[in-house]
Design a protein around this ligand. Structure first.
Ligand SMILES: Cc1cc2nc3c(=O)[nH]c(=O)nc-3n(C[C@H](O)[C@H](O)[C@H](O)COP(=O)(O)O)c2cc1C
Length: 215
């Protein structure tokens, strides 16, 4: 079933083609090996600029990213990693630490200026953490798709000790230069690869029903 049979013509012409759908979804995999080719910083910035256009509640935009490239910085990450994630992280061209900023309410007067949204979060730490985790994770997903869209491959990992990464202060403080608070929790890391060799694990997607039929 293709969208051109489901949508009015004006909308069908906006659909991206099968090649793009393959690149973003069907053929996209979580990679564990790569070519020894540097990933230009301009591409990383482009991916972040695309990812930040995805929607977040109250335009909170809590995701913060640190790119780790040098052997010295990678060595500081190593003790935090699960054994199975060490080699691919140490040798990847770029590792992105994807975290969320619990100081996001302080930016709301700028990001969502038409109401006093900062007041909604004042003194409500549970709401701040819940909002940051949900929307930071959404932004992480947008970021994965943005990286794929511009031709890069990624391998997400959450097999690491976030507290150890969080404790690496010189890394963490660079995540949130715009806020006074440095309460960063890391939720995932991505190894980013320049057009990777196929080193992926066998897998399948279950074809279970994820939504009920309309009633
Ligand atoms: C948030 C997140 C955390 C993950 N953590 C790890 C990890 O720690 N180590 C690893 O080898 N793969 C990790 N993966 C990769 C998944 O296992 C992989 O995406 C899944 O098996 C589907 O495979 P595919 O993306 O190749 O289709 C993670 C993926 C996501 C999205």
């Amino acid at each position: 079933m293709t969208t051109d049979t489901l949508l009015p013509p004006a909308c069908a012409s906006r659909a991206i083609d099968d090649k793009a759908l393959d690149q973003l979804f069907r053929a996209a995999r979580s990679h564990n090996g790569w070519l020894e080719r540097p990933v230009p910083e301009a591409l990383l910035r482009q991916a972040v600029d695309l990812a930040k256009m995805g929607p977040t509640s109250v335009n909170t935009l809590p995701m913060r990213v640190v790119f780790v490239k040098s052997a010295q910085a990678k060595a500081r990450l190593k003790p935090a990693l699960a054994p199975g994630n060490i080699e691919k992280t140490m040798t990847a061209p770029v590792t992105a630490i994807v975290g969320y900023d619990l100081g996001f309410p302080d930016l709301l007067p700028k990001l969502f200026p038409h109401v006093n949204a900062r007041a909604w979060f004042a003194g409500n730490e549970a709401l701040i953490v819940d909002t940051a985790r949900r929307n930071g994770s959404l932004q992480g997903a947008y970021f994965i798709l943005a990286l794929r869209a511009i031709g890069l491959d990624v391998g997400p990992i959450s097999g690491f000790d976030p507290a150890k990464v969080d404790a690496a202060r010189p890394l963490a403080t660079t995540i949130a230069p715009t806020t006074g608070r440095v309460l960063i929790l890391v939720w995932s890391m991505l190894t980013i690869k320049s057009c990777c060799v196929q080193q992926v694990y066998p897998n399948q997607r279950l074809h279970q029903r994820f939504v009920d039929q309309p009633r």
